[in-house]
Design a protein around this ligand. Structure first.
Ligand code: G16
Length: 567
């Protein structure tokens, strides 16, 4: 038998031999599926669909790879990351084997497969990759009974635009075979480069395993004043924070950036180990699912609380005693306070953008913008629509009601960036979260806002509902109708089916939600979601504007009652 040293020598030699021996490429026959159309952000399904339907994963990955011209694939680099959810490791192995077989030159992968969605965007841009694949179903639960998803991002670091996802979908409907290197194995835990000779005509295939946090952290260092934030989080008068990574991908980022770099005590960060099933929870940072943060913040000990979703692009902020910052307000407040954020001091602010259902609080604080001649764009739901605006230098800051805010530093929404933006504002203004929010309402008025979700609706029923509703509200007699709710009278001013013309490439996106807009800018919006994994989800968004500061302390639930009266 071999000694310990001999065993190590033997396994090293074996490893080297494996890395240099040519890897065979196999072509496998397959049959297409007709349900692989990417939604608002990638393909999301129940995990068992990916896990048990024959070649379901391989078909989609082949469709993604085939959507890239063969000449562009050779020698190019792609980034791969996951939020650590169940099935990610299996999927990464398949992606590596298929990328090699399809002529991709190099894959850059986060250690153990871990990279947040913002980090993937950041790395794509930093290393000038052709794009990237993110394995996540965002805030949806994970595990064998949960959801899995695949997002494809393009060279600007952002979600693939409709032209690309349409192409992927078309390919997926007619796919007959896929290419794979079933013998190719990589070590996801070993930092550094692994190289493989290919049996086909392609050049050697390389895999580089990178630290999950490094590149992203270095980017943030250039955007914020880390000393100022450190001053806020340490010392005798420190702001006590509580950050909940919700067992998603953000754990390593929170520990490294907020605790190690910015000095927050280790016990400020909870649920920081990424778990395959998120500990059985919904990794969804809102008042319904981030209940452990909510309860902790109610204790009054912490002045600032934040939670992130599974893949780290969504966030929620709470002030002392669990004071809730509505995401649409968060965007508007960051916009009104850009002068306190070093990134914008350096680059200036070229424009703001929000998705259509996001409250118009940004437009109200846009009065500041107006004075500064900064335009505000209104796009359909989906981060991909901000990409063109940012690439063409039209937009510096944008956000959505769905707990996402970001800037042109990358092309994804970025939860931790938003947290550092808030901490920068607090450090500069020396006020609490609640004071900053209430001061904002006093200056610009408050946009009461609520969203109602009706999930797992029969898709046919949802289709007919939207069709009938459109017919009803676009009838002539509906316009200029008045609705009395409590002491308020709402006069319908405009009704439409939202449609967006991209100011950069002129592309038109139709049927993005039914809008009822009232004379005082209050709105009710109906829209079909594009992220559910089963059936259809109907969303109703309701917004009511209140200028009078004496009426700024009602519970947002007040809108619920308005809606009940309205219908
Ligand atoms: C995705 C998109 C967002 C969108 C959200 C909700 O976020 O990136 O732009 O606002 O879905 O979309 P829908 O209303 O169609 O369900 P995430 O965090 O789920 O990837």
């Amino acid at each position: 038998s071999l000694s310990f040293e001999e065993k190590i020598q033997w396994s090293l030699r074996r490893e080297q031999a494996m890395e240099v021996s040519p890897i065979p490429v196999v072509t496998v026959q397959t049959a297409p599926y007709d349900d692989q159309r990417p939604g608002t952000s990638g393909l999301r399904k129940k995990t068992f669909v990916f896990e048990s339907k024959k070649n379901y994963l391989q078909n989609f990955i082949q469709s993604v790879l085939s959507s890239i011209d063969l000449r562009d694939r050779q020698g190019c680099t792609m980034v791969v990351g996951s939020d650590g959810r169940y099935f990610s490791r299996t999927a990464i192995e398949v992606i590596v084997q298929m990328a090699a077989a399809n002529g991709i030159g190099r894959l850059v992968i986060g250690q153990n497969g871990i990279l947040s969605t913002p980090a993937v965007s950041c790395v794509i841009r930093r290393i000038k990759a052709i794009g990237g694949i993110v394995l996540t179903a965002s805030h949806n639960p994970g595990g064998p009974g949960g959801d899995f998803g695949i997002k494809f991002n393009v060279a600007n670091g952002g979600p693939a635009p409709d032209t690309v996802t349409d192409k992927i979908y078309q390919i997926s409907k007619t796919i007959e075979e896929y290419a794979i290197c079933p013998d190719l194995r990589i070590d996801l835990s070993r930092l550094g480069r692994q190289e493989f000779d290919m049996e086909n005509k392609f050049k050697p295939f390389r895999v580089e395993i990178i630290d999950s946090v490094d590149v992203y952290l270095n980017m943030l260092r250039n955007l914020f004043d880390f000393n100022a934030i450190k001053g806020l989080l340490t010392g005798a008068h420190q702001l006590k924070i509580r950050i909940d990574a919700m067992n998603g991908v953000m754990g390593p980022y929170v520990r490294r950036i907020l605790c190690d770099e910015l000095g927050a005590p280790a016990n400020s960060a909870v649920n920081c180990v990424p778990l395959e099933d998120f500990g059985g929870q919904h990794p969804d940072p809102n008042l319904t699912y981030a209940t452990s943060l909510l309860e902790a913040m109610k204790g009054g000990e912490h002045g600032f609380g934040a939670a992130f979703d599974g893949d780290g692009d969504r966030y929620m902020i709470l002030g002392q005693n669990a004071f809730f910052v509505n995401p649409s307000d968060s965007l508007a407040i960051i916009a009104a306070n850009v002068s306190y954020i070093p990134q914008f001091q350096q680059t200036g602010v070229h424009g703001f953008a929000r998705s259509m259902p996001t409250s118009t609080a940004l437009d109200s604080s846009g009065r500041v913008a107006k004075a500064m001649k900064i335009p505000v764009y209104e796009t359909p739901t989906g981060w991909k629509f901000f990409g063109n605006l940012m690439d063409s230098g039209r937009c510096s800051l944008c956000g959505e009601e769905s707990f996402g805010t970001g800037s042109d530093h990358i092309r994804e929404k970025d939860g931790l960036w938003a947290v550092l933006a808030w901490l920068s504002i607090i450090a500069a203004r020396k006020q609490s979260v609640e004071e900053i929010v209430k001061d904002h309402w006093a200056r610009f008025g408050r946009h009461y806002y609520c969203r109602f979700d009706y999930e797992e609706v029969d898709p046919r029923a949802a289709f007919f509902l939207m069709r009938d509703l459109e017919a009803l509200i676009t009838e002539k007699s509906f316009s200029s109708q008045q609705f009395a709710v409590g002491n308020n009278v709402y006069t319908v001013e405009k009704v439409d089916s939202f449609e967006y013309t991209d100011p950069v490439d002129g592309s038109v996106t139709k049927r993005q939600g039914l809008r009822i807009i009232f004379a005082d800018n209050s709105r009710i919006i109906f829209r079909l979601s594009g992220t559910g994994s089963t059936g259809s989800t109907i969303r109703i968004y309701a917004e009511s504007y209140e200028r009078d500061p004496s009426k700024h302390t009602k519970e947002p639930q007040v809108i619920h009652n308005y809606l009940n009266d309205f219908f």
